[in-house]
Design a protein around this ligand. Structure first.
Ligand code: UFG
Length: 345
């Protein structure tokens, strides 16, 4: 299957490219390099030993996206990663987020409809659950009004896709869209080769890049945001999933779409996590242990908007996608440090 991957040089996108090629799929990358570097493409070609078609195009540019579809001809599926993702920035500049994240999805769906491209895998987020009343959180847990414009764009995009699938169910002759919405938990780690990984531009927002940059001496001290939460050690709990496990879930999603959709349009949602929660402090200690080093850290104030604890139920993904995680927290933290060290050199 030829698959258009938007945001294919980003963190999750680039790792998914590797998994797609390993399974014999043919990815085509579209990325405007807003939050990634052109060198990622070279690294991908080094890992996979293949030439990967790449278009430096903004997903909001409908004419340019249309031209990619025309040039590539037989695109059967789209994985849509490309989006802005900084929660804090979205609060300061919400229009940027609505325009880019929601606008680019609509552009893609229009072009997919024009070219009768049937399969879509969409990057959603566990942020749609807010602070769940019950853990682990399942796909049928309530969707909570989003804390940030970023989170809201994920909810809106899910609804845009659902409505489009419903309309295609009512009008099969016109456009049959099948979609899988993957709700990611917290991706960490890097490809074990150390050729690709997370490349935050500027000061990292997320925990693991902040940890690796502190270990590398780029940052002085990691601040753990709050140790007075109602959790065993007082720090927040998340479900940290190795980015290669997450990447493989996209391959399974495309395979499910290709197999299941013969009987009409489908729209399914899956949690993609490990099913296990770890606290920030546990994560820091595990990082120190597996990499045999000491991290400079201190406890600070709570970060506004943080969820106290969340982790996934992954039963549905295990059963219906036939997917499960293969890598541990230790693997993720080892691979993240390996990647950071190669970046310094
Ligand atoms: N944390 C720290 N110090 C840091 C950075 C993070 O203690 O320097 C803590 C956070 O307070 C949180 C945990 O580490 O408890 C994880 O934080 P991240 O920023 O790495 O991840 P989040 O769970 O906050 O964010 C994730 C996704 C977002 C999504 C968000 C919704 O990365 O895309 O969940 O809550 F929007």
């Amino acid at each position: 299957m030829k698959v258009l991957v938007t945001g294919g040089t980003g963190f999750i996108g680039s790792h998914t490219i590797v998994s797609l090629i390993e399974t014999g799929m043919k990815p085509v990358i579209v990325d405007n390099l807003d939050n990634s570097l052109p060198s990622v493409l070279k690294s991908l070609e080094a890992i996979t030993q293949t030439t990967i078609p790449f278009y430096e195009v903004d997903c909001n540019d409908q004419e340019a996206i249309n031209q990619v579809f025309e040039k590539e001809k037989d695109i059967e599926g789209v994985i849509h990663f490309a989006a802005h993702k900084a929660v804090g920035e979205s609060v300061i500049n919400p229009l940027k987020y609505y325009q880019n994240n929601v606008g680019s999805l609509i552009v893609l769906l229009e072009v997919m409809k024009k070219h009768q491209t049937p399969h879509l895998v969409f990057s959603s987020s566990c942020t749609v659950y807010g602070q769940p009343g019950q853990l682990p959180v399942t796909e049928t847990s309530p969707i909570i009004p989003a804390e940030s414009p970023y989170g809201n764009t994920k909810q809106i995009c899910e609804e845009v896709i659902r409505d489009t699938v419903h309309s295609s169910q009512a009008d099969l002759a016109n456009f049959q869209l099948n979609a899988i919405l993957l709700r990611y938990f917290n991706p960490i780690g890097a490809h074990p080769s150390g050729h690709i990984g997370e490349l935050p531009l500027g000061v990292p927002n997320n925990l693991v890049p902040y940890i690796t940059q502190t270990a590398a001496g780029i940052r002085d001290t990691l601040t753990i945001f709050g140790n007075d939460y109602d959790t065993p050690d007082g720090t927040c709990i998340r479900d940290y999933i190795h980015v290669m496990d997450l990447a493989e879930a996209h391959v399974k999603a495309l395979q499910l779409l290709a197999n299941k959709s013969e009987n009409g349009s489908i729209c399914e949602v899956f949690n993609i996590g490990t099913g296990k929660g770890n606290s920030v402090q546990e994560l820091v200690h595990t990082f120190e242990k597996v990499n045999n080093l000491k991290l400079n850290y201190e406890f600070g104030k709570r970060r506004p908007g943080d969820i106290e604890q969340i982790y996934a139920s992954v039963d549905k993904a295990n059963q219906q996608l036939g997917w499960q995680t293969k890598r541990s927290l230790e693997d993720g933290l080892r691979d993240a440090w390996n990647w950071q060290q190669k970046l310094i050199k």
